[in-house]
Design a protein around this ligand. Structure first.
Ligand SMILES: [Mg+2]
Length: 204
């Protein structure tokens, strides 16, 4: 099994690559119902985390996750920055505050609830929560990594028929219907990248 440091470095690179490869697509999705900058913002956030790698290397896994969250808040911007930042900061804090045997699913659940509070959003509002809650459901049933990634992908697709209730897209009302939410899409892409990396580098 990899050290915490190698795991963090590998996951950061996997996520940066996934966003870099799909940044244009994410901007296109955001152009349809927002201001077209989601890919650019996510890329900036990932690049900032990569630049921090040296500082992260001395930290435990929970500490590193929390610090990555802080970096994302400061660098992604837009609506997504605080949401992704909250998710990671809360996962880090949850994992740090309990002993190693506690399950990741519970830490993830609390973090997703914090994201919902931060965004004053709920399931069905056409946000990244519509991917995060299904991921939690998969974690709870201890699904295989490939199944988690697939559920995330399908859940992002399912935001298309939803009417946006939060953020810039909400101003479009019914015109937001028919477009996949960019935040849900980036969330699914990152989940796929993380699951693929863990599948290749960590024993189940
Ligand atoms: Mg935007």
């Amino acid at each position: 099994m990899q050290s915490d440091q190698a795991l963090i470095a590998g996951l950061i690179e996997a996520c940066r690559e996934a966003i870099a490869q799909n940044a244009e697509h994410l901007c296109e999705l955001d152009s349809a119902i927002g201001d077209g900058d989601h890919g650019t913002n996510m890329r900036r956030g990932c690049d900032a985390v990569c630049a921090e790698r040296q500082n992260l290397s001395g930290l435990s896994f929970p500490e590193a996750v929390e610090k990555i969250g802080i970096t994302l808040v400061m660098n992604i911007g837009g609506a997504a920055g605080p949401l992704y930042g909250t998710l990671l900061m809360e996962i880090g804090r949850e994992l740090r505050d309990r002993d190693k045997t506690s399950d990741f699913a519970t830490a993830f659940e609390r973090a997703v609830d914090a994201v919902a509070r931060r965004g004053r959003s709920r399931s069905g509002d056409k946000t990244l929560l519509d991917v995060l809650y299904p991921i939690h459901a998969e974690l709870t049933r201890r699904a295989a990594l490939a199944d988690i990634a697939e559920r995330a992908r399908l859940s992002a697709d399912r935001t298309a028929p939803m009417r946006a209730m939060r953020g810039r897209a909400a101003y479009l009302g019914d015109r937001s219907i028919g477009h996949v939410d960019p935040g849900a899409s980036s969330c699914a892409l990152l989940t796929a990248a993380i699951c693929r990396y863990l599948g290749e580098h960590r024993a189940a």
